[in-house]
Design a protein around this ligand. Structure first.
Ligand SMILES: Cc1cc2nc3c(=O)[nH]c(=O)nc-3n(C[C@H](O)[C@H](O)[C@H](O)COP(=O)(O)OP(=O)(O)OC[C@H]3O[C@@H](n4cnc5c(N)ncnc54)[C@H](O)[C@@H]3O)c2cc1C
Ligand code: FES
Length: 339
């Protein structure tokens, strides 16, 4: 029996990742990797070890019905003391990582490779890990903390690249007098040292079992690019994807060439652009991006919805989706809140 990669995601967004042999329960495989999932009976009776498997295949040894009802099993809730993985899996737990993990999140030294302005007030930052270090492992959609060179501060940024490379791309909105904004716009230069800590996040690409609707506001497009880059990999393409991408003005939109190339690369992708203030020559929609969330693109509620951007956009989108009866468990959101 083979080994598979298991990713545990805790309530605070911290992640633990290890290889699990099918012979071992997930609980035991975690323990062998110094991760202590909460347990009590270890016999499938108490439900203390319960999580939700959001991706991957598995089977469960015998357990008591009181610990896991048929409805919970249907929702892919799992008793990790009885669970054996048969593919790579992602499992979420409803408690903080400090309960299960005694070590600090991994910090990786990196160097700045490129910094370019790619739109009005949006910079693309590319950093590289040491060539000999293993590429940081994350699920598309997740983020890291980046140190702000020359200060003690760190800020959160979502990966805009796919997994498996030593180079990582981020899109940073340049704000007036922000710590990272000042660094990027005034001082950043290739060769600068920058520390990346993580990955973190409960906002990540789910299996392509149903159509996806992605709603991105401003630099909220970054994690969607990571997801789309992953979906062009052989074996990953699947159900249709609809991307709604908005900003205040047309000149704030970025990565448009990259977006227009995904269809040629095999993704069944429809893109709708929307800006609040139009200018001459604009052919997209106008208004707030959330006004584009309509019944015809929501597949009767049977879709996976990804929301990323400023908090007011996410709140408006969540209200629009609730009014259209989309199951909240199918809505995944990342708010770009300031630290
Ligand atoms: C999970 C997550 C992922 C994120 N991913 C991204 C991403 O991919 N791209 C992205 O652009 N952003 C992202 N963000 C937001 C990002 O982390 C930063 O908050 C943002 O880039 C601002 O950082 P800054 O250092 O430039 O500004 P900060 O120094 O944090 O300042 C933010 C704002 O507050 C103002 N301010 C600062 N100090 C004061 C003060 N004393 N009084 C009044 N105002 C003040 C500043 O002028 C600025 O406008 C993400 C946030 C989260 C939580
Ligand atoms: S620890 Fe009791 S059911 Fe798993």
């Amino acid at each position: 029996m083979g080994a598979h990669e298991v990713t545990l995601v805790f309530e605070d967004g911290r992640v633990a990742r290890f290889e699990a042999n099918e012979n071992d329960s997930v609980y035991l495989a975690a323990l062998k990797n110094r991760v202590r999932i909460l347990t009590d009976c270890l016999e499938g009776a108490c439900a203390t070890c319960k999580g939700v498997c959001t991706s991957g295949d598995y089977y469960l040894d015998e357990y008591e019905d009181e610990a896991l009802s048929a409805a919970e099993r249907e929702r892919r809730e799992v008793l990790t003391c009885r669970m054996h993985v048969t593919s790579d899996c992602v499992i979420e737990f409803p408690y903080a990582s400090r309960i299960a993990l005694k070590t600090a999140p991994t910090s990786i030294p990196c160097k700045v490779v490129e910094v370019d302005m790619v739109a009005s007030a949006v910079a693309r930052l590319v950093i590289a890990q040491d060539a000999e270090s293993a590429p940081v492992s994350f699920i598309p959609g997740q983020y890291v903390h980046l140190s702000v060179p020359g200060t003690d501060a760190q800020r959160s940024y979502s990966f805009a690249n796919k997994v498996g490379t030593n180079r990582h791309a981020f899109y940073v909105k340049i704000l007036e007098q922000g710590a990272m904004s000042d660094y990027i716009s005034k001082r950043a230069a290739p060769g600068d040292e920058i520390t990346m800590t993580g990955p973190f996040g409960r906002f990540y690409l789910r299996p392509q079992e149903r159509p996806s609707v992605m709603v991105a506001g401003g630099t909220g497009l970054a994690p969607m690019l990571s997801m789309l880059d992953t979906l062009v990999s052989p074996g990953e393409e699947g159900a249709p994807v609809r991307l709604l991408y908005g900003a205040n003005r047309p000149e704030e939109l970025f990565a448009l060439d990259q977006l227009s190339g995904y269809r040629e690369k095999g993704i069944d992708l429809e893109i709708e652009l929307c800006v609040v203030e139009t200018s001459s020559g604009w052919t997209g929609s106008s208004g707030h991006i959330t006004s584009l969330l309509r019944d015809e693109i929501l597949n009767g509620g049977n879709c996976e919805v990804y929301l990323c951007g400023p908090p007011p956009m996410i709140e408006a989108a969540e209200a629009a989706l609730a009014a259209r009866c989309v199951d909240p468990s199918r809505i995944h959101a990342e708010k770009f809140v300031a630290s």
